[in-house]
Design a binder for this molecule. Sequence first.
Ligand code: SF4
Length: 403
Amino acid sequence: MNNQPITYRLDINGSATATYYPTVAKFTNQVLSKAENSLALIARIYRWYLIKFELETPRTVEEYIFDLLNLGVLWRKYGQTALSVRIAPFRFLARIAEWRKFSIIKPVIDVIRGYLMSFFLVHSRKKSNITIPRSLHDIERLVAWLDATGDFREDAFRYIRWIGYWRTKNPDHFRELMYSILSFTDWFEKASLIHLGIFTPHVDSFIAKNKDLYRWREDRFVCMRSRVEYHLNMVGAEIMNRANHQEFVSCARKTILAPGCMRKRSDEECEGKRTPDGIRCSGCESACHINQMRILGLKQNFIVMVLPHSSDLSRWAAKPGDPSSGVVGISCLSLLVQGGWELKRYDVPAQCVLLNQCGCKKHWDEKGFPTEIDLRELKRIMNYTSSEEITPSFRLMETSSQD
Ligand code: SF4
């Protein structure tokens, strides 16, 4: 494991359970409390509208507050880029982002996609200078752009419904809403840096050093996330976990979806069984983090599947007659929340556990190294033990010896 984080690290000053998780819980409370005077009212009215017209199973008010904050951050980061794109094969780009999930020629598609995305979706020399959306049409263009990248597809899905709602409002009202959203976003950017910035010390330097390297790559938007996006995803994961927790713990079946980069061995050396659902660990390496979770799952009745990056998550959707099924998604900060929203779209109660830091060879590190999570957080989410019952010195690697 790297001592110096590539971009972020949750256990930078002690275990993540003792430092990161209490901090993000506290800061999320602060965000939601601050939103009471602005975004919460917009979120409540929108929720009421969805219930009245039966447009979706209503999510919690906190999730709609997050939608608004997320929109503000996305607008600030990508709005000008999106408005600068006049002509692009938006639908085609969105489709190839989906095809790659099912295709055996994914590496080829990724190369093509990288070039197409960079050619059509990023005009760095002629950025628009519009800082506040002039009308709903500007948000529609942003959403089309987000969808075309493939990396913000779940955001795009959710904003299509928001756009439908805002079409029922007059333009002045929409502009006032955008002022509230953007002023809250600006507060969030500053406050999150103070409270969560300690966990994201190398994001800016990683971007500065690597922006040319990633210019034509399909993961350029995933890997070039700004610091405020990291902080946003931290808060988003916390809100999602709170919103889904009760439903999740009551599920009869639970599955952990873990990334391949947690394995101790390379993909070629891993002896796990390849199945259509992912890789089932066979326990070939006692120090492997996946194996440690597998052993815990044998005792505590959950299964662990290793998934390739950008897998199709629809296969985890409940089928008629099946027992209720909940999923814990493990991923790095750049990918985690989108996966959680996707599972939610399939009515799967999902929980997220963050990798303590990113380290896979595909996206982040030339050689790659086995990534890990804080197992106490996994146990807390599973509701098997309260956080007080687990000693602060507990470490993931120690689990195998206890087993
Ligand atoms: S212990 Fe399991 S996941 Fe780890 S390398 Fe072996 S088979 Fe693969």
